[in-house]
Design a protein around this ligand. Structure first.
Ligand code: PHB
Length: 385
């Protein structure tokens, strides 16, 4: 990434024309700008910048960006650099649950606030929660938990599951499976595919087809989601085994790359750009004006809301690590996705969820909201804040 490691004064480029001063709040942004989740990282960054433009006017901020490559080992080295060398006051970013898990002890020990803008790792707002870690995206359990009953209510009784073999894949499937089974459904089989390595899903799709399942429930994201959704369709599975899952599968960020293969896939997310509210319509219009008409995705909104929360904290007088962490954990506002609150018991986000179907309107793929599920608060899961 071109500007990795370079100090960027957003005060100059985005806000007022001031030069960063010694009093500037230093923000370390740690995102994948390369690798399997690169598109996600860039999208979160775009949302974060838009949020600062809108909510951070006049704030004295310095932004230092680093490329995590979605790799746990590399991310630890980059986080240490941001905290120990750049001396950032707050960190934001993190796309992969594996990276979030790897960073937790360092962030907690260094007492640096980390505002997560994607990674759904349950434990960092559960058993391994920290007063310094808050989340502006979702937890893996939260996203999938209500889908067990919802999928059962669609008449599905037997499900085969498919997901990448790392923390997020396991947590998302576990959460869905628990509630699907509790509703009366059966998980007839499942596979975890090698993460960042699987290009050919054929053997797994053949196993799914032979399993006798009524449907497949799945989580994939980024490049893997594009490959998976296309191969699911080209294998001819979609007609007889409908595809359900966590909505990153058909994210508006890359649904056009999936094309018609994505039509009819029914999934769940904390944000879709078709939510009809004045705040969301205005956010979508602003984002589109900066991105050649493209609508924002769930990744953009996490960055945008994190920038909103950080701006509020600083405007309320928080400038150092401890006061920023404290202020962030009390944040609450209405944003593009609806009402957003940080749960003081876990520092995880509380938010509504949207079940959506990818449909074609004219020649455009879009998200048709099928149901809004209630705001869900995670159990404390061993967290005591
Ligand atoms: C995760 O690793 O937690 C993760 C990654 C990509 C997503 C969602 C969750 O789209």
């Amino acid at each position: 990434m071109k500007n990795a490691g370079i100090l960027i004064t957003i005060a100059a480029s985005l806000l007022s024309a001031s030069i960063a001063s010694a009093d500037a709040v230093k923000v370390g942004v740690l995102l994948p700008y390369s690798g399997v989740y690169a598109a996600l990282g860039k999208e979160i960054d775009a949302g974060f910048n838009l949020g600062l433009e809108e909510f951070g006017k006049g704030l004295d901020l310095e932004i230092v960006r680093e490329d995590s490559e979605a790799d746990p080992g590399k991310s630890i080295a980059k986080a240490r650099k941001l905290v120990l060398q750049d001396k950032v006051d707050v960190m934001t970013g993190i796309v992969s649950s594996a990276v979030a898990g790897a960073l937790r002890d360092f962030v907690h020990g260094a007492k640096v606030p980390l505002m997560i803008t994607n990674a759904g790792n349950n434990s960092v707002t559960g058993a391994k929660c920290s007063p310094y870690i808050s989340r502006f995206s979702f937890s893996n359990g939260q996203i999938n938990r209500l889908m067990g009953q919802w999928v059962y209510d669609q008449g599905v009784r037997k499900v085969f599951t498919l997901a990448p073999d790392y923390t997020a894949g396991h947590e998302m499937i576990d959460s869905f499976a628990a509630t699907f089974v509790a509703a009366g459904g059966e998980i007839v089989g499942g596979e975890y595919t090698p993460f960042r390595k699987t290009k050919d899903f054929g053997p797994y799709l053949a196993t799914a087809k032979a399993s006798g399942a009524d449907a497949v429930y799945s989580f994939y994201a980024g490049g893997e989601a594009i490959t998976f959704v296309k191969q699911y369709d080209s294998f001819g599975l979609k007609a007889n085994m409908p595809l359900f899952g966590a909505g990153f599968l058909t994210s508006p960020l890359y649904v056009n790359a999936e094309g018609d293969a994505s039509i009819g896939v029914k999934t769940v997310l904390h944000y879709v750009p078709t939510i009809d509210s004045a705040i969301n319509n205005s956010f979508v219009a602003k984002f589109q004006s900066q991105h050649e008409g493209r609508s924002p995705s769930e990744f953009a909104v996490a960055g945008y809301d994190a920038a909103h929360a950080l701006s509020l904290a600083i405007q309320q007088g928080a400038t150092d690590r401890a006061s920023i962490a404290e202020s962030i954990s009390k944040v609450s506002f209405t944003g593009p996705r609806g009402e957003v609150t940080i749960d003081p018991k876990t520092n995880n986000i509380v938010q509504p969820l949207y079940v959506y179907e990818t449909v074609k309107k004219g020649d455009k793929l879009t998200q048709k909201v099928l149901a809004q599920l209630p705001n869900t608060q995670d159990d404390v899961n061993g967290c005591s804040l």
